[in-house]
Design a protein around this ligand. Structure first.
Ligand SMILES: [Zn+2]
Length: 112
């Protein structure tokens, strides 16, 4: 409704400025989904070993509790999707990996 009114009244420039406050409602959605799907951290330590093999090992720290973790990932094509890995330590999403399948996840001493 608001958008239609705006299009009647104004040119494109005004519509664009109306869309700018949009990130605000997104924050509400994020809060609702926070428990299940936290946003990826802007920067997270990660180290991938054996990435030239079908199964690679990914060393990383949990997004939430910084628990050191290692996951074995099947990265063979073509099924490549985002897999959310639950931290064994805090039960939240530790990381989102692009892989066909995550074979195992184990806690380790953080390599960092
Ligand atoms: Zn954790």
């Amino acid at each position: 409704m608001l958008l239609i009114q705006c299009m009647d009244k104004c040119q494109g420039g005004k519509i664009m400025s109306d869309q700018k406050p949009r990130p605000r409602p997104r924050n509400l959605e994020q809060e609702q989904e926070q428990e299940q799907q936290p946003d990826p951290q802007p920067c997270q330590r990660i180290k991938i070993v054996d990435c030239n093999k079908p199964v690679s090992r990914v060393f990383y720290e949990c997004y939430h509790c910084l628990q050191g973790l290692v996951s074995e990932c099947d990265k063979s094509p073509p099924t490549v999707k985002e897999i959310k890995i639950t931290c064994p330590n805090c039960d939240k999403t530790a990381i989102t990996l692009i892989a066909k399948k995550v074979l195992s996840t184990n806690t380790i001493e953080s390599p960092w």
